[in-house]
Design a protein around this ligand. Sequence first.
Ligand code: KIV
Length: 262
Amino acid sequence: MKKHTISTLKSIKGKEPIVMITAYDALFARLFEEYADIILVGDSLNMSFLGKSDTLSTTLDQMIYHTNAVCNGAKKSFVVCDMPYGTYIDKKEALKNAIKIYQETKADAVKIEGGVEKAETIKYLTQNGIAVMGHIGLLPQFVRAEGGYKIKGKNEAEIENLLKDAKAIEDAGAFCIVIEGVKSEAAKIVTKHVNIPVIGIGAGKDTDGQVLVWSDMLGFFEEFKPKFVKQYLNGAELVKEAIKKYADEVKNKEFPSEEYEY
Ligand code: KIV
């Protein structure tokens, strides 16, 4: 697959669904790059890679470390680095941290959570040469403030807010928007309302693309099985079976057999 730019991604809105998947290391990024239009180094790594209970304690240095690994593994992919919680509280702080991401990694863009309230920050970033992906709807970085992960777009007022968020982000110069955890009809309306691609997660089929967290969709992250995740592989079971076989063979002195000896 040829590497995307923000222009090619914008140009396929409504024509060809965009495939986005997370990755946190070079090994998996290399496996995904042929099929994914975008690889997201999501701050979800705090949960699925580091075993924490939410994304809030992710640091900028961790994001940079994992983004470098992903860029090393997937040289042809359009890579987006999530800006972690607390690193874009105002526009100056956001620019300083986004520049650090650009200077220390090969990320093509950054992603920040928030709608209308983040428009000024997005405008400042894009005016200074940073490509920004927005993120609206259910915002994992607000999990503690909201007392849980709350589905959005359930009534007209919530749909109206989503529309305002999406438009504000588009007007601020973002090239793309992730919409997470919203009623499918609301996501469909938002997708029609803006001219930039809207990529859904738990947002139904009528968006311009889909994103899933790799460890959820490949069945490695056993503690977390939300309704919107389709499991394409039973990764945890396969790994456990293989490790058990290895352990049994070591205990029984079957491995290494002659064929694995020098
Ligand atoms: O951190 C992440 O993986 C994300 C996706 C859920 C979109 O933001």
